[in-house]
Design a protein around this ligand. Structure first.
Ligand SMILES: [Zn+2]
Length: 76
C-alpha cells in the first residue's frame, strides 16, 4: 500500500545493485517513490506523517508540477 495515498497498486522501480538489500517502489497514482530501507515514517502508511497524506481528491486538485527550466549556458 502506498504510504502517502493508500493506493493498493505499487510498482517495482529498481533493485539494489547488491541483490536483496533494498528495492525502490513507486505509486502510480500519487507518484510517491520510496526505498524499502528508509524508515517507517517514509515507507509505512500507518507511520507516514498525517499532514503529508493525500486523498484522491487532493491528487486531482494538485497543481501541475513545474517544468524544469532550460539550462543556463552563458559563460560567467
Ligand atoms: Zn500514492
Amino acid at each position: 500500500m502506498c504510504p502517502r495515498c493508500a493506493h493498493g497498486t505499487i510498482e517495482h522501480i529498481f533493485s539494489s545493485p547488491v541483490p536483496g538489500v533494498w528495492e525502490v517502489l513507486g505509486c502510480g497514482r500519487c507518484l510517491y517513490m520510496w526505498r524499502t530501507s528508509e524508515p517507517a515514517r517514509r515507507t509505512r502508511r500507518e507511520a507516514y506523517p498525517e499532514e503529508f497524506m493525500m486523498t484522491p481528491e487532493d491528487i486531482d486538485a494538485a497543481p501541475e508540477v513545474p517544468a524544469v527550466p532550460p539550462l543556463v549556458t552563458a559563460a560567467r
